[in-house]
Design a protein around this ligand. Structure first.
Ligand code: G4P
Length: 534
């Protein structure tokens, strides 16, 4: 028999579920989050979760950005209990200009719930987020939202999702019409019918157990025509899909699908109940040395997000640490691998019930907020002494590149410091050219440049401007032949730079240039993320 070694913290590990909700903006992520928190008792009233959306006008409204930063600290991690489970819901910013932040948060979760708007189907941001999930085979549950609106035909919609996201779907519930004719969902799993009511509380009597779909009760409840359709649909779906294969879900190959309406709190509980039944417990993780098993006794964890203090007079920041193994304890010294330094934390806090409480300990799957005075960069690893770092926390190429121009030579030092710290936080990426004299900032969206300019001035007193550069992508370079790489970098001086860690990067003007260089330099490897250096 195969005996698994007993895990010291087994009970704590087994009851944790750490996940994120992802969606294209406006699909209903905030609304769904709120309903889940209501179920978990973490909030009492609807409307308590502030949207962390940056509205379109925010581009020139910096107070709005500051306000949003405040909200996003408060909602970064929402921990609640449901049916004895401890659920950590990690928030992801909806605005596409902050996509990097979302990608990094996805490295800290064990599964995701993907919300799709039944009217709009798969949208741009859905595609990109799913690409990141696929890199790590993250298990996905799909929630098709806004069934109370006239959406796409449900079969067409499923086909669109499967094709566009390259993801096999497994319907768990099935809708009866949509829009004003929406009558509810049939639960294919436990064979019950839930009739649609626009309310915030699910009522017991709205659920009807149906052992046989041919039962006349179905016709009585939803009408003969819809009952006939449902019978046909259910037969078709059950014929094609059968029972959900949980192993395939856990491997990221099949995604269970639920239909509902978040704003009406309809179909949410079905999903939540399935989620706690099948969603993965904290998973083991790869490091530069070996796989760190979630049940290992020794503590380890990594920083996936850093948040600056909102008060510019206080430079301290909050680093968000995902615990990967062992037990994290307050006031215990841990090994900061990159700095080769022992540090301890006297006020680590948790996010239970959304109040920031100082905690004594934390377990795999948990996220701990650590006060940081500048020790941390995104991706940093803490251990009990081992020297390894967690892999799979890549930096992706930015999409917009601008040169940072110092407008006040008297404040050069402040500017340097500000840029270092903001890029450590992951607000943007920094590339340098010509021995560090020319600084290039790369971001995913234009909004971030405005945030950086504003924060440099507000927090560091440094005036800076940006000059647009004609690059479209950064590629990390490696080669077995160091001389060839050095020659290439020298020859392509205008297009080469170093990233923050001193790794060589090629800045391509266009796809054509990039492809040409890839073809002309077979001994040099061009990588689209920094992962290669981990
Ligand atoms: P996001 O976080 O994904 O960006 O989306 P959010 O939850 O903020 O929802 C976007 C809009 O969609 C909101 O309306 C919300 O009320 C609405 N919505 C969410 N779920 C449903 C649903 O099941 N059916 C319908 N018909 N609408 C839904 P809004 O007008 O932009 O904001 P609000 O003023 O209502 O808050």
């Amino acid at each position: 028999m195969n005996h698994q070694p007993a895990m010291k913290y087994e009970k704590e590990i087994n009851r944790r579920r750490t996940f994120a909700i992802i969606s294209h903006p406006d699909a209903g992520k905030t609304t769904l989050t709120e309903k889940l928190l209501l179920f978990g008792g973490a909030i009492q009233t609807a409307g308590a979760v502030k949207s962390n959306k940056i509205k379109k006008h925010a581009t020139s409204d910096f107070m709005e950005i500051e306000r949003q930063r405040g909200i996003s600290v408060a909602t970064s991690v929402m921990t609640f209990e449901y049916e004895g489970m401890l659920i950590n819901l990690l928030d992801t910013p909806g605005h596409k200009d902050f996509a990097e932040d979302t990608y990094r948060t996805l490295t800290a979760v064990d599964s995701v719930i993907l919300v799709i708007d039944s009217v709009n189907g798969v949208e741009a941001q859905t595609r990109r987020l799913m690409e990141v999930c696929r890199m790590r085979d993250t298990p996905v549950i799909v929630f098709i939202n806004k069934m109370d609106r006239d959406g796409k035909n449900r079969f067409d919609l499923l086909e669109e999702i499967e094709k566009e996201l390259n993801l096999a779907l497994h319907p768990m519930t099935w809708p009866i019409n949509s829009g004003k004719d929406f009558k509810g969902v049939y639960n294919l799993d436990n064979k019950s019918l839930r009739l649609f009511t626009a309310s915030t509380k699910a009522e017991e009597e709205d659920t009807i157990a149906i052992n046989d779909l041919n039962d006349a009760i179905l016709d009585a409840k939803i009408g003969e025509r819809d009952a006939a359709h449902l019978r046909e649909d259910a037969e078709l779906i059950e014929g094609v899909h059968g029972e959900l294969n949980i192993a395939d879900y856990l491997a990221g190959k099949v995604a269970p699908v639920f239909f509902g309406s978040a704003v009406n709190n309809f179909g949410v509980q079905e999903m939540l109940d399935t989620f706690i039944r099948i969603a993965p417990i904290p998973r083991s993780r790869e490091t530069s040395l070996r796989t760190i098993e979630v049940g290992d006794d020794a503590f380890s964890g990594f920083v996936f997000k850093i948040h600056a203090n909102l008060d510019p007079k206080h430079r301290d920041r909050i680093a968000f640490l995902r615990v990967c193994s062992g037990r994290f304890e307050r006031n215990k010294y841990y090994h900061h691998v990159r700095l080769d330094k022992e540090i301890r934390f006297s006020n680590p806090y948790s996010f239970l019930a959304r109040s920031k409480d100082v905690i004594e300990d934390a377990y795999p799957g948990d996220v701990v907020g650590l006060f940081d005075t500048g020790n941390f960069k995104i991706g940093d690893t803490l251990t009990e002494g081992d020297n390894f770092f967690f892999t799979g926390i890549p930096t992706f190429s930015p999409e917009i590149f601008k040169e940072l121009v110092n407008k006040d030579p008297m404040k050069t030092k402040q500017l340097e410091k500000g840029v270092q710290q903001l890029t450590d936080e992951g607000v943007a990426q920094l590339f340098t050219q010509h021995g560090g004299n020319k600084k290039i900032i790369g971001c995913v969206g234009d909004l971030q440049f405005e945030v950086i300019q504003y924060r440099l001035l507000q927090e560091y007193g440094a005036a800076a401007e940006f000059r647009t550069l004609p690059f479209y992508k950064a590629c990390w370079l490696t080669s077995k032949d160091q001389k060839k790489l050095d020659d290439f970098l020298r020859f392509k001086q205008m297009n080469s730079a170093e990233d923050k860690d001193g790794h060589p990067v090629y800045l391509a003007q266009s796809e054509w240039f990039l492809n040409t260089e890839i073809t002309n330099n077979p001994d040099i490897q061009f990588h689209f993320s920094s992962e290669v250096h981990k």
